[in-house]
Design a protein. Structure first.
Ligand code: DAV
Length: 409
């Protein structure tokens, strides 16, 4: 086209830029294909097409540090030990993660894997020093996918400060391959002593006291600076639901709110959890209209209206099949409800979690059993060990009625 400075030409330029916007929009909705990287995921249930699955490789039990110590129960077999986890357990963990990845590939889902760094190296910054890193089994903790953006969380444990590096090769590739992809990182936190309450560690704190503290929202992390782990965030289209607890503070939630101005960000807390770390063994959306809630960690009444007023059902999750977590595991038995939804009719459930599988079956879901329990110790369950890259669908408003909800600040 020839440009001339006449009113007609001006009009055609405007026309052209509209065409361009139209083309860009169409590009965004172009059909997904495994050969073409596209980052897009707005919720926890739309059909999954591309996902990252972690590795157990070189996973370490980190040395004590303020935030971690508070999570390790007083009678845990992990107290007092640190260092690389036994190689035979790592191999077994990787075997299960590899099998899981292959199963997903068999269902037509593209699966990428991280690049582990050397976790035996001490983590040293001008503000702190700790003896080792952690691992890269749970990408969900680090990466928050919202639409065409993947955001690296601040993280709140010192041993996890450099964990984002394991995902950089993938994120760099996505950035090169997908012109719409926004690669973002939240401000790295200082994680100085002032980020943690020293009194959280003192003495033999009873479970009763811990429960009182959770109910009062008195957690191991202070409000020194924004802190969040990505696994404290659940995506419901226009709404993001964030757990305030050990790993995410109010400033972290406020940071997320300012970072996603088009979203409505809701702070939640779950009294009943003595160690509130990550929302994904507590509150699990399954499909539009249906959420499983840990019956020991019920969402308080004043925070339920967002869901119930919009006709969403919150049901008690089934009991875990186990009385205790596997050896050297940080997480609770409630990894039973840490499921990965493949689409609104299909869900991956850990193979031994028979009660959870049965409940989801009753709720009309097709259940895909996945053997993962021997990998739990490396950082969690099926939701933890994955991070979304692409789910079909766009941003929807699931909660058009917005009742007063607990404000973050
Ligand atoms: O119940 O121990 C585990 C969540 C891991 N992302 C729990 C929470």
């Amino acid at each position: 086209m020839q440009l001339r400075s006449s009113p007609t030409a001006a009009k055609s330029i405007v026309g052209n830029s509209r065409d361009l916007a139209g083309r860009l929009n169409r590009m965004k909705t172009v059909k997904w294909s495994p050969e073409r990287t596209q980052v897009n995921s707005w919720n926890e249930w739309d059909p999954l097409k591309h996902v990252i699955v972690g590795y157990a490789t070189d996973c370490h039990i980190p040395p004590p540090e303020p935030a971690l110590e508070a999570k390790v129960p007083e009678d845990s077999d992990m107290r007092g030990q640190w260092g690389k986890r036994p190689q035979d357990m790592i191999d077994r963990g990787n075997e299960l993660l590899d099998t899981f990845a292959e199963m997903l590939r068999g269902r037509g889902i593209r699966v990428d894997r991280p690049t582990p760094i050397d976790f035996s190296q001490p983590v040293v910054t001008p503000d702190f020093e700790t003896g080792s890193g952690f691992g890269c089994m749970p990408p969900r903790d680090v990466l928050l996918t919202v639409g065409n953006e993947i955001l690296e969380a601040t993280m709140s444990y010192r041993c996890r400060w450099f964990e984002y590096l394991c995902y950089r090769p993938l994120l760099t590739r996505y950035w090169e391959e997908d012109r719409n992809f926004r690669h973002e990182a939240a401000p790295k936190p200082r994680l100085a002593d002032s980020d943690y309450r020293p009194d959280y560690l003192s003495g033999n704190i009873s479970i009763e006291t811990r429960l009182e503290w959770t109910a009062e929202k008195y957690f191991v992390t202070t409000e020194e600076e924004p802190l969040f782990d990505a696994a404290d965030v659940l995506r419901f289209g226009k709404d993001l639901v964030v757990q305030h607890g050990f790993t995410t503070n109010l400033k972290g939630i406020e940071w997320i709110r300012r970072h996603f101005p088009e979203h409505r960000v809701h702070a939640t807390n779950f009294p009943g959890d003595p160690y509130p770390i990550h929302i994904d063994a507590t509150f699990t959306p399954i499909r539009p209209g249906l959420i499983l809630n840990n019956p020991e960690r019920r969402l308080p009444d004043d925070q339920r209206a967002l869901f119930t007023r919009n006709d969403w059902e919150i049901v008690d999750a089934a009991r875990p099949a186990h009385n205790s977590p596997p050896p050297l595991c940080y997480s609770s038995t409630w990894l039973s409800m840490n499921v990965l939804v493949l689409d609104p009719k299909t869900v991956c459930v850990e193979k031994s979690e028979v009660h959870q599988a049965e409940q989801l079956d009753r709720l009309g879901m097709e259940v895909v059993e996945v053997d993962l329990r021997d990998a739990y110790a490396f950082g969690g369950g099926l939701h933890c060990c994955t991070a979304d890259v692409y789910r079909e669908g766009g941003i929807e408003d699931y909660f058009p009625i917005q009742p007063d909800f607990a404000e973050a600040m």
